[in-house]
Design a protein around this ligand. Sequence first.
Ligand code: 3EB
Length: 330
Amino acid sequence: MPSSSSRPQADSAVLLSELTLKPAEQILDSDHVVAVLDFAEATRDEGSRDPRHVVTGLPSLFPESVREVWRSPMPVSIGQDGAVDWVSGQFGLFATTTAHVPPGRDLAEISRKAWSSLLDTVAAMGCPHILRAWNHVPLINAGNGDDERYKRFCLGRYAAFESHRYAEGRFPAATAVGNSGDALVIYLLARSQPGRHFENPRQVSAPAYPRRYGPRPPSFARATSSGEGRLLFIAGTASIVGHRSCHPGDLTGQLAVTFDNIDRLLETVLGPEDACRGLDVVRVYLRDPKHLAAARKSLESRMPLAKAAYLYGDICRAELEVEIEGVRRL
Ligand code: 3EB
């Protein structure tokens, strides 16, 4: 049976993601580049800001100096809308904003504002359907109970979605992980046409998480495919079954559950035969760099074809050590 990946990729709406070691300036030389995501400490160098260039605040553990590139088969145009930088093309819209988080300031208001600005921009640009979002939250586990910064972040994001009339069925596949520094960094891909969102039968959908996880639940879907179904985005996936964390503090156990979750999600979306190839491009977030070797070994055995970047960042639940996400070309 011919693999679906052998289909011609001439569709001008298709976006390709890859990992590279090339310097950002060199990559940005091409007007087909949609985004360069740097895995390095965030800087607040506003000077020569290129909307396509995002410094995530997540250091790479392996490969050293790796970055992610998104390319379009067609040239893109760039611009700014207040605090939001955007990149527009036939692929849709890439939008990003970075908000300084001063010490002691409530993250709910900062994230509500940041998400509101992003939702205003995607609406103004005619691409209100969000396919995929990444949230990098400084000191994500600081604070106790409902005051934990991740829970405050969720509250603000929820309020922005609510005021912009995004109901649960429109939440995109997303990631929320801790970064270093003092900047909330958000970037997303959006389109004029809706994508398809999926849930994982092994997991309670995040918007339905019980109250114990915070005053407002996280607003995301487990996976989203682009309208034509050419790309499937798997959201940040961790060792959670139902709504409970499994194997707290135990990396090996968490890796096994995380891969089981991804496998089940791929099977649900693609069917068992197409699912077994796994993901094409992967990010592995690790709370502790000492887990790098074990995480690499596990990925190489469970998804040998995946190209992976291992990043140093805190997971949104304090008991979790690892989170994995990725893109699957269809
Ligand atoms: C989970 O499954 C783990 O708040 O946007 C994963 C992906 C997680 C996205 C988010 C949170 C988010 O609940 C955490």
